[in-house]
Ligand binder design. Structure first.
Ligand SMILES: [Zn+2]
Length: 79
């Protein structure tokens, strides 16, 4: 199902994704980074995407900015 992959494409949601290390008015939902396991707080839309992915049996789609930076470097070096 190609459509599902697109739905969870991090690049598409990045611009509207709210993430913080502590809960704020906009980020009250707890998620953990798939790579480092640190807890972060996200907005409701992002949380819905993460929990939906879990329910559907996908891997945790949430990766924090620090780990995503490393992922990007890996992705570039593989090309
Ligand atoms: Zn991380």
């Amino acid at each position: 199902m190609v459509r599902l992959r697109e739905e969870f494409d991090a690049d598409r949601t990045e611009s509207i994704m709210q993430v913080s290390e502590y809960p704020t008015e906009k980020t009250q939902f707890e998620v953990f980074c798939d790579m480092c396991g640190e807890v972060f707080f996200v907005d409701e839309i992002t949380f819905e995407k993460v929990s939906h992915a879990f329910r559907e049996g996908f891997d945790n789609p949430f990766v924090c900015d620090g780990c995503r930076g490393e992922l990007d470097e890996l992705a570039y070096s593989e090309r």
